[in-house]
Design a protein around this ligand. Structure first.
Ligand code: DAK
Length: 260
């Protein structure tokens, strides 16, 4: 597929997706959101892609938010359409059947923070900054931030972040439990590839099924969640990967999973 504001490079089973509008600090305009929506559709069924990494082009920003220049003159109907486009793109990323890692290489603000939160795991450079500056612009987070953050950090911290618009460091985001790891800026991609390598060596169908269970755990009752877990656990036993994983354990060798 041809993209204007996104690049995709596939290397040894890892797709590196870069938001590529460095002059606007990779801000998300409608066109980019439309392209971001197509990325999971393209990568979902590619056998040669096991893990997806999302990052930003350049040295300064992951994504500095939704595009303010584009939003400036929107009316309510256009605002809602824009927000829906964002929800659709981020939901597709969140619900991909592959692990998606956000490699946050700089500013992750507003819609950029929300994009990172739609990923499964967030690794950040020690130079990264996170925040929801929307209220300083007279709007509020619109790509799921008001819903996802409180589930991660509780209402008090979510309200403080959203009502003040203040930026926090990667270290602070880590301490709040919003991100998985902070690494020296120059080692970010190396650390992300090491993480991807570990994930790549595991059973990909099991990961996909587990991702569904964990993803739905916040919205299902415990009874519903356990039913889903039991069903997906059962499905693992219909895969060649389960046979291979357990046979390899018994034979004291490394398993070779084929994602079948
Ligand atoms: N949109 C468009 N352009 C942006 C941008 C953005 N979000 N962020 C930066 N840029 C552009 C700047 O305008 C500048 O362009 P030129 O002037 O060079 O043409 C270029 O990127 C470099 O930025 P700066 O010169 O400002 O760089 P600094 O290092 O001085 O500052 C900064 C970096 C990240 C602190 C600063 O650029 C900044 O504060 N940027 C804005 C960050 C922000 O407020 N992000 C949140 C955007 S609002 C909703 C749907 C969606 C959303 C909400 C509601 N519904 C419809 C309900 C989501 C909203 C957002 O994400």
């Amino acid at each position: 597929m041809i993209y204007k504001n996104i690049t995709i490079e596939v290397k040894e089973g890892v797709a590196i997706v870069k938001v590529n509008r460095p002059k606007a600090l990779n801000a998300l305009n409608s066109e980019t959101l439309e392209e971001l929506k197509r990325v999971p559709e393209e990568l979902e069924n590619r056998k040669d892609v096991k893990v997806v990494v999302i990052t930003g082009e350049g040295d300064k920003a992951f994504v500095a938010g939704a595009d303010i220049l584009e939003m400036k003159d929107m009316d309510p109907v256009q605002g809602m359409a824009f927000s829906s486009k964002g929800h659709e793109a981020l939901s597709k990323i969140e619900n991909m059947g592959k692990v998606v890692i956000a490699a946050v290489n700089g500013y992750a603000l507003g819609g950029g923070f929300e994009l990172a939160l739609a990923c499964d795991i967030i690794y950040a450079s020690d130079k990264a900054r996170f925040g929801f500056p929307e209220v300083t612009l007279g709007i509020h987070p619109g790509f799921g931030g008001t819903q996802r953050v409180s589930k991660l950090v509780g209402l008090a911290k979510a309200k403080e972040l959203i009502f003040t618009g203040k930026m926090i460091t990667a270290e602070e985001a880590f301490n709040l439990g919003l991100i998985n790891k902070v690494v020296p800026h120059d080692e970010l991609m190396e650390e992300v590839f090491a993480l991807a390598e570990t994930i790549k060596g595991c059973g990909q169908i099991a990961i996909k099924l587990a991702k569904e269970c964990v993803g739905k755990s916040l919205s299902l009752s415990i009874e519903e969640g356990l039913k889903l877990e039991a069903a997906n656990f059962g499905l693992c036993f219909g895969t060649k990967d389960q046979k291979e994983g357990m046979t390899a354990f018994v034979e004291k060798r490394k398993p070779v999973f084929k994602g079948e």
